[in-house]
Design a protein around this ligand. Structure first.
Ligand code: NAD
Length: 484
């Protein structure tokens, strides 16, 4: 049985809280044993991070850090197949998806922030003074210190590196906790880091949230900032802890994202885009659309076409090229999603497609698959329409005009991302500008430029990451004033 260790101060070590199982969601089999870190392990990791800040790492220039991060990107690409296999084993996601998105973006995150670090400038201001000689102010960017990075399981390498790369580019050191469901690519990344970075710059602790490594990170007095991606309620719990000691926080949280399809949309493109935005990664992307709004003239045709598309999705072996649909991450998550399948019917939904679990007659029956599921007919205050399910599901609602659909789309405690499908350019702007979300895609979905601000409003997050926005979060600004 494979053993995945912690990585602290440049050494792979066992955890002081024993071991826990890592399960393959395709067939429910245990694939590795994972070292479980306790608060003492987290403390050792934070101490290593502090020591590294005082050593060689703390003296590197931005350009030198950029060069090291480029090497990390190159090494991920060189070990692409190992990362791919690890991600597939932990998540069960189809190989085509993981090889097109997860692993390349893991490498790209290091490359873009390496480039960004090399061109990272700082502002200066000339001030006139009564003596006529003036003063020069300039802004120094300092690292925050040791940053706690707490990650989810849905896009494990992608979302972890999205935080680790800019934190390191800005000169911090990190203590990273991947999700307990997906420890493998983080462990491979630690191997890469061990070849490239000085000890203590990248530290990895495995474990759970409350009462475990996650909570220990949030409690540690020498962690300066916490960057977290996960559920909104977890974000709230972390924020309460972070208040003590005034830790900076950056949160990328849950969503209940709307997709709005106007009758003037290019039907086929809107359909293909909505198939992706609802069912990609088995609906386990924070950006996925769980609320679909379709204008009346095309409503029935669109519902029928989406049903047809959903029923053509093929679940199964992630390595089979025909497979287009993976499992949910865990037994527990499947129970949650299936409880919404039951709730939708209790709330009076019309089941358009799915609603159950697929059968395979092989060991995939022990995995955590569910059917892609579409409902119609619920009111806007049904729990299924309000709460994040995080599965391959959507409820489709009919609408008549712009004002009505904007009101419905904004009627949510979440505000992460929206997709708008229309061929009318004025409408595209008008609607986008009124949506209460951090991101709006018009005529596409999940088209990312890593320089843009990424994040949500309301319960979907706090702060923005991406390009300079990440570097701003991961650095402390100091104003130095020189009287001339
Ligand atoms: P989660 O909140 O259950 O767990 C995320 C991480 O937090 C895990 O590493 C977990 O161990 C840790 N954790 C849990 N409780 C903790 C606590 N009290 N203190 C410290 N750490 C704690 O989320 P998940 O189930 O892994 O991920 C799915 C959720 O993430 C969904 O809500 C999804 O929308 C959200 N998400 C958001 C984004 C975004 O960019 N906005 C991206 C991906 C996922």
């Amino acid at each position: 049985m494979k053993k995945l260790q912690l990585f602290i101060d440049g050494n792979f070590v066992d955890g002081k809280a024993g071991w826990f199982d890592n399960v393959n969601p395709v067939n429910g089999k245990i694939v590795s044993q994972v070292a479980h870190a306790n608060a003492d392990d987290v403390d050792a990791a934070v101490k290593a991070g502090k020591k590294a800040l005082e050593g060689e790492w703390g003296r590197l220039s931005l350009q030198e850090r950029g060069t090291l991060l480029s090497k990390v990107a190159d090494r991920i690409n060189e070990r692409f197949d190992a990362f791919l296999a690890a991600e597939i084993e932990d998540t069960g996601k189809p190989k085509g998806l993981a090889s097109a998105i997860d692993i390349p973006r893991g490498a790209a995150n290091f490359q873009i922030f390496a480039d960004q670090a090399r061109s990272f400038g700082s502002e200066s201001f000339m001030q006139s003074t009564p003596d006529g000689k003036g003063a020069l102010h300039y802004v120094q960017r300092m690292p925050l210190g040791v940053v706690g990075v707490i990650c989810p399981w849905n896009l494990p390498l992608l979302l972890m590196t999205w935080k680790v790369a800019p934190a390191l580019a800005a000169g911090n050191t990190v203590v990273v906790k991947p999700s307990e469901e997906t420890p493998s690519t983080a462990t491979l990344l630690a191997e890469v880091m061990s070849e490239i970075l000085p000890p203590g710059v990248f530290n990895l602790v495995h474990g759970f949230g409350p009462g475990s490594a996650g909570e220990a990170i949030t409690n540690h007095p020498d962690i300066s900032a916490i960057t977290f991606t996960g559920e909104s309620s977890t974000g709230e719990a972390i924020m309460k802890r972070a208040a003590e000691g005034m830790k900076a926080v950056s949160f990328e949280l849950g969503g209940k994202n709307p997709a709005i399809i106007f009758a003037d949309a290019d039907f086929d493109k809107a359909l293909a885009g909505t198939m992706r935005s609802v069912f990609a990664n088995c609906g386990q992307v924070c950006l996925c659309s769980e609320r679909v709004y379709v204008q009346r003239p095309i409503f029935e045709r669109f519902v029928a076409a989406l049903k047809h598309g959903a029923e053509k999705l093929v679940p199964g072996d992630p390595y089979d090229e025909n497979t287009s649909f993976g499992p949910l991450i865990s037994k527990q998550h499947r129970e949650k999603v299936l409880s919404y399948y039951a709730l939708a019917l209790e709330e009076g939904a019309t089941l358009v497609s799915g609603g159950g679990v697929p059968h395979f007659s092989n060991d995939f029956d022990e995995g955590f698959f569910v059917e892609p599921t579409i409902w119609t007919g619920l009111s806007e205050d049904a729990r299924v329409v309000k709460e994040e399910i995080f599965g391959p599901v959507c409820h489709i609602q009919v609408f008549d005009d712009e004002d009505e659909v904007i009101k419905m789309a904004n009627n949510s405690e979440y505000g992460l991302a929206a997709a708008v499908w229309t061929e009318n350019i004025s409408r595209a702007h008008r609607v986008s500008q009124q949506l209460e979300t951090g991101i709006v895609w018009v005529n596409d979905w999940f088209l990312r430029d890593l320089r843009t601000p990424f994040g949500g409003v309301k319960r979907s997050g706090l702060g923005r990451e991406g390009g300079i926005y990440s570097l701003n979060f991961y650095s402390e600004l100091k104003n130095i004033c020189i009287k001339l």
